[in-house]
Write a protein that binds this ligand. Structure first.
Ligand code: SF4
Ligand code: SF4
Length: 344
């Protein structure tokens, strides 16, 4: 599909209002503290949708919640257990996703579709319609150009918007996107040659607007060749404060742990929640032994997973270049610093 349309900015609020009547709507919203976070929209008119700034959070928690009940159980006697699977989802439009965030969803699709396909994620994903917004001006710590995940996308979106000043250029990527255009056709007009040229110009200019120059390809080669300075892991691990902020904020970190929780004398729930390889307890075994020394190796697992194991397995790194861990890490152990140290 390569149909293209124009949505005037004056019509955006009306369009979203109509969209919300048919779907649950999630978009980046500026809250009263000035933070922009992906949020479920309750009222379009009472919400400050923010398409100018990068959302601090990604949409990961909507598809893979930080804590999620997998099933509840109850028993009337010790022999007679009843299990009730949890999980439901409704058709949801994720509006205003940046290219890196949509690429991260494509990565999660792969991770949760492997052996032992995850019904909880896949159910939410099946109900997800993805409307992305290309980045004319990448943010301070973005490097999606180096990971080949942006600033604009060629596939993966249902609709992709490009900001052309007073209007959005809208590309249709998949059938669900076309359905929205068909259903709400009065908001759209066909894109003309001037619009197409303006969109291409925005695309060309965006590639020249990155502030970060990150040598991802060079880092991948060095890691594949085992060409890592001896002291690098220990140096980085010593800076890591074991907070897991980087993994929690990262749109492609999908490690989790599972626990059973007693709710009443006769019932309980099995719950999964995010876990992170930078936590020192991540690899600790019953009895207290930890085969991985967190003082020297904590950060190694994280970066090797993204930059060595995933490229070997999937042909590309699982860092999408969103730069969030750069903003997050107060220890200064973000992935840009790692790549720079590796390529020194
Ligand atoms: S690398 Fe930084 S953000 Fe990640 S756990 Fe360590 S201190 Fe926290
Ligand atoms: S490692 Fe950092 S830059 Fe890469 S996807 Fe995760 S948060 Fe974004």
């Amino acid at each position: 599909m390569n149909d293209t349309f124009i949505l005037k900015k004056d019509h955006l609020t009306g369009f979203l209002r109509r969209l919300k009547k048919a779907y649950r709507l999630v978009a980046p919203v500026k809250n009263r503290h000035g933070d922009t976070l992906f949020t479920e929209i309750v009222s379009i008119d009472a919400t400050a949708i923010d398409l100018e700034n990068q959302a601090q959070s990604s949409v990961k928690p909507f598809l893979f919640p930080q804590e999620e009940v997998l099933f509840t159980y109850s028993t009337s006697s010790h022999e007679d257990y009843h299990f009730k699977p949890d999980g439901n989802s409704v058709p949801t439009v994720y509006f205003g996703l940046r290219s890196c965030d949509l690429s991260a969803i494509l990565y999660m699709d792969v991770a949760f579709s492997q052996a032992g396909r995850d019904p909880y994620y896949l159910q939410k994903r099946k109900n997800a319609i993805l409307v992305s917004l290309g980045c004319n001006n990448p943010f301070e710590n973005c490097f999606c150009n180096a990971t080949k995940n942006g600033p604009f996308l060629e596939y993966g979106f249902d609709l992709q918007l490009t900001d052309l000043g007073d209007r959005y250029f809208v590309e249709v990527g998949r059938a669900q996107g076309q359905e929205i255009i068909d259903t709400l056709s009065h908001f759209f007009s066909p894109a003309g040659d001037t619009d197409k040229k303006a969109q291409y110009q925005a695309f060309l200019e965006a590639r020249g607007n990155f502030q970060q120059f990150v040598h991802v390809d060079q880092a991948l080669k060095r890691l594949a060749a085992g060409d890592v300075p001896n002291t690098l892991w220990a140096d980085l691990s010593l800076r890591c404060q074991d907070c897991a902020g980087c993994a929690y904020i990262c749109p492609t970190c999908v490690c989790f742990t599972i626990k059973d929780k007693k709710l009443t004398k006769d019932s309980g729930a099995r719950i999964r929640s995010w876990d992170a390889c930078t936590f020192s307890g991540f690899t600790r075994m019953a009895g207290g032994h930890n085969p991985v020394d967190p003082r020297t190796q904590a950060i190694r697992k994280r970066f090797l997973h993204k930059m060595l194991y995933d490229p070997k397995k999937h042909g590309r790194p699982s860092c999408v270049g969103c730069g969030r861990c750069v903003n997050m890490c107060f220890g200064g152990v973000d992935i840009i610093r790692f790549i720079n140290r590796l390529c020194e």
